[in-house]
Design a protein around this ligand. Structure first.
Ligand SMILES: Cc1ncc(COP(=O)(O)O)c(C=O)c1O
Length: 399
């Protein structure tokens, strides 16, 4: 059992340059004002799990449940919506902030010549967000999905009216293919990762995720000491880290980054002394489809490198444990439907509080004083896979 989680504690380094400047409190307010103006918006629940906290030996556990986001079963549309809206507002020269959804919709109807095709690569959740926002704003979406994507995730994107296909390559190669196709066809790349020279849209996407922290700050009754954030390319984690500092400053919790051991590019990068990134290639074969990305986002990595506390590389069993812990809670706690990429933080916490992981827990100060915040970033986005794990006991471990 002892190597289902490997940990790197991040040495504290002097922050390099201003990696947090896109996450000011006034920018965070503009972002949530936009999200609040989208029809159907409501904050997702923040649920306390006191019985689980007591069973594991920490003070409090709270879980932000993103399965309830805009009816899309994952948080990702927060980024796609803000980025697409910001891009289109720039085209329309709408400069007034906050940007408001109905005004943008009206302006676009008055300028049909500005209709664009937005192209992206996705394991499912981001592409569904792009397709959804494109439909609401009268735009087009073209989506590539890496090999191994389930038919259910493909159908969910097609149901939003996008052109979507599965391509025979891993996520990172599919990102390159989409960028090439977009350049040839004149489409706008709406990618949730960045690379040198492609940074404006990914930064908007990251800003979009900050709404989660703005909502949490309104919902919390007690400030967390520890925040577990799962990562694929690290855009989500970078955004949450930056927004937590913007919102809570010195009081911000320590942020613990959680990855799949099959795609742990941030964990491996954190092991280097020179602050550079390490890529993971190959099939990236993990049940955590949303985290199956082997190359770090170049604007998120400096934020994580300079500010996050620790990086965890987790086997699939850890995510499966988290799914079951949340689905079958301790008596008195509410159940939460959390998918593979959503539940790995809960699983990591559950395992770290077992005697076999006491040394890592101690390094992270995870003890009876810890107030833990978890973000369940998706629900059962692959229903068959969810049942195979939660009902069928796939990827089991013994505690
Ligand atoms: C459910 C879920 N959680 C977390 C992530 C990680 O986000 P990022 O790739 O920005 O690290 C993803 C990415 O697709 C996801 O789908």
């Amino acid at each position: 059992m002892a190597d289902l989680i490997r940990a790197v504690i991040n040495p504290s380094r002097p922050a390099s340059g201003d990696t947090l400047s896109a996450f000011t409190t006034s920018e965070l307010k503009n972002v949530i004002a936009f999200h609040q103006s989208i029809p159907g918006y409501h904050p997702t629940p923040l649920t306390a799990l006191p019985a689980l906290a007591s069973a594991l030996g920490v003070k409090t556990i709270q879980v932000k449940d993103e399965s309830r986001r805009f009816g899309l079963n994952a948080f990702k549309a927060l980024g796609a919506s803000w980025a697409m809206a910001s891009y289109l507002a720039q085209q329309l020269e709408l400069t007034e902030q906050p940007l408001i959804f109905p005004q943008l919709q009206t302006a676009l109807r008055q300028h049909p010549a500005l209709t664009q095709t937005f192209a992206t690569t996705t394991d499912g959740n981001h592409g569904r967000g792009v397709a959804w926002m494109a439909r609401l704003l009268g735009q087009k979406a073209v989506i590539n999905m890496p090999a191994g994507t389930t038919a259910e995730r493909l159908q969910a994107i097609r149901a939003e009216g996008a052109t979507a296909q599965i391509v025979p390559m891993n996520y990172d190669d599919a990102v390159r293919l989409t960028a090439k196709q977009a350049a040839e066809a004149g489409w706008i790349i709406m990618q949730d990762t960045a690379w040198p020279g492609y940074e404006a849209i990914p930064m908007w996407i990251m800003q979009g995720y900050s709404t989660l922290i703005t909502e949490i700050a309104e919902q919390l009754t007690v400030l967390p000491t520890h925040l577990f954030v799962q990562a694929g390319v690290g855009a989500f984690a970078g955004a949450i880290q930056a927004a937590a500092i913007a919102r809570w400053g010195e009081q911000a919790p320590r942020v613990i980054i959680v990855e799949s051991s099959q795609a742990d590019c941030l964990y491996r990068s954190a092991q280097r002394d020179d602050g550079q990134t390490v890529a993971v290639s190959g099939a990236l074969d993990t049940i955590m489809a949303g985290l199956a990305c082997g190359e770090a986002n170049t604007i998120a990595w400096p934020i994580l490198r300079d500010h996050s506390n620790a990086f965890l590389s987790c086997a699939d069993e850890v995510a499966a444990l988290g799914m079951r812990m949340l689905a079958a809670p301790c008596p008195g706690d509410m159940p939460i439907t959390s998918g593979e990429s959503g539940a790995v933080g809960a699983g990591a916490l559950g395992l770290l509080m077992q005697p076999g992981y006491a040394s890592i827990a101690q390094m992270l100060s995870l003890d009876h004083n810890a107030r833990v915040l978890l973000i369940s970033t998706e629900g059962d986005t692959d229903k068959t896979g969810y049942r195979n794990i939660v009902w069928g006991g796939q990827h089991a471990l013994s505690l």
